[in-house]
Design a protein around this ligand. Sequence first.
Ligand SMILES: Nc1nc2c(ncn2[C@@H]2O[C@H](COP(=O)(O)O[C@H]3[C@@H](O)[C@H](n4cnc5c(=O)[nH]c(N)nc54)O[C@@H]3COP(=O)(O)O)[C@@H](O)[C@H]2O)c(=O)[nH]1
Length: 668
Amino acid sequence: MTSDALLLQLLEDMPSAALLVTLERKILYANPAAESMLMQSDIELRDRILPLNFEADSLLGATGTLALPNGTELPVRHFNVPTFWHGNPVRMVHLEDVSALQGLQEKVAKFANYDTLTGLPNRSLLEDRLKQAFNLGQRNRGCLAVVFFDLDGFKPINDTLGHELGDKLLQAAAERFKQHIRPGDTLARLGGDEFVVVLPDLSHPSDAALVTERMLASIAEPFIIDNNELPISASAGIATTQLYDEQPLQLVRQADMAMFEAKKQGRNNYQWFDPKLDESTSRTLKIRHALKAGIEHKQFELHYQPQFDLANNEIIGCEALVRWNHPTMGMISPVEFISIAEDTGQIVTLGRWILRRACKDFAELRNRMLSDATVSVNISAIQLLRQEFVGDVETALKESKLPARCLVLEMTESVLVESPQLVSRKLSELEDLGVHVALDDFGTGYSSLSYLKDLAVDWVKIDRSFIQELTHDSQNAAITERIISMAHHLKLQVLAEGVETSAQRDYLRRANCDAMQGFLMAKPMPKPALIEFINDYQADAAFDDEREARTLLIVDDEENVHKSLRRLLMRDGYHILTASGVNEAFDLLAQNRVDVVLSDHRMPQMQGVDFLTHVRSMYPHTARIVLTAYQDEEVLSKALNEGEVFRFLTKPWDDEKIRQAVRAALAS
Ligand SMILES: Nc1nc2c(ncn2[C@@H]2O[C@H](COP(=O)(O)O[C@H]3[C@@H](O)[C@H](n4cnc5c(=O)[nH]c(N)nc54)O[C@@H]3COP(=O)(O)O)[C@@H](O)[C@H]2O)c(=O)[nH]1
């Protein structure tokens, strides 16, 4: 077989399109795959010019378009190699149809740059457009404005009427916004109910206000969606720069800050960015932006605060309280971030995590407690009102294998007033599951117990503000007693929050309050500390009453140590004596019946352990604890082993550990 015949056979059998052409692109031969791609037979194609430009010797592939006889263009990938045909130098051209790939690439590019719900540019395209507008503005010395819009009242609509309707509302809002922008402006959706408009090349910054006013007015017209009339508005913030000394993306942040200010001023209005916008706005925004990453990167943890039966001091459960340790901002209080998470709707994801974590942790902890001990989890109104909430609770219980009766969901009374019928239905569903419900911060809101009688609620938690003034303010005392007696009448149990002194505890006990929680007994603590606390804890209600008469002697040459320990331990009702050295301490021991001595180890006259050895022989019933800043482990362990001291604790100390150690020493 000649080499031409061999080449022809090879080309005929090839599944991909291949042609032989002259150096001037005149077609000499087209294989069957090329015939079908070019929509003409080999005979028809011969002597025609291949409708594709290519570089000679292009071994590396290139892309181009083939003009087809039906008038369309086909995107192809092609490469060519030199060969011989009937003794003449020619090119063998390979073609590959890449239209499907190109369509996919376009889709990917669209997906990456456009919001799928509204079809508007997304954050990434907004950034590109903003940078372009910024550069253009710098050249033309024109004015560029960024307006940040956030819909007012969108979240309750989305939460109560469903996401499908919420999506339609966002699409309709986008259409209304669009009507007010010019070609060259960019309207983008950043996610949720946040929209941003870039207005380049304004002749005056005040033009931005005119556009913003028109956009706000159009959103304030009610929307009719699926036969629902939805009253909604928007708040906006404007940032402009004529000097162009700012970073383009900085403008979005500034407009966001100004929008936040507009929300604070009462919604449905706009504010200009002012560099003097206070620190708290920028901190709130920082927190708002950091929340998403915080949730994704698991920066949250739960602390647990024990709750006690007032009749016998038994631990009856604990409240789960979320903590956020941010890598750069440090510890952020839930007082700051929970309301922001509620505003942004992120409480739903965060709350779901809290619920699952608390159930899981408590399933592991409960065998150390009473069989009916409970874990209480705070639930925001937004969570409760969502369709999937009861299902989420069921899942958390199933996953953790925690019995439903061990879970208490805490919600504030305001939730009952917002959507009474929906809430009543949800509470019944929760009751059917077997979980308990507590009304938190009771007394601060609507304070009417009458609406509780028809609702599936088990506990009322009296707010800390009443407890704080309980023993000094007759009105607070009267309200507290009334809440307790009415709640009991309705067969509800009562827990007092924020109990900080033994006087408050004793008062509540006399008023028949069922349970308490507060710094007097324990602060919120991480799970390992809670395990330690439960292991060391000894419940003895009778011991509380005696404790007020117990005397502690603190021996330390530092005045500050006296002050801090006195402040800490006074809360537990002890009588506190202090001495700056051992001589003074011996005098006080002689004059008073001292129950516990807390002594520093390194003192000028005598080492703490030696001092306590004397105390042991003179006052064997006085319990002895050493506080030390130094790790004289050998001496201290020996003293501990030989019974000279009951316990030694290190400086700086942990308040809870000292309180527990004193309690344990008194019980020993
Ligand atoms: N939706 C959710 N809300 C949560 C969650 N975790 C906390 N929160 C709410 O944040 C608010 C502040 O909580 P926190 O800083 O944790 O404060 C709690 C206790 O530390 C504090 N407390 C308890 N005892 C005392 C005391 O004796 N004195 C004193 N000054 N403070 C005390 O009270 C807070 C518990 O309050 P409550 O929930 O009302 O029982 C607070 O509103 C939390 O509800 C969460 O996971 N989800």
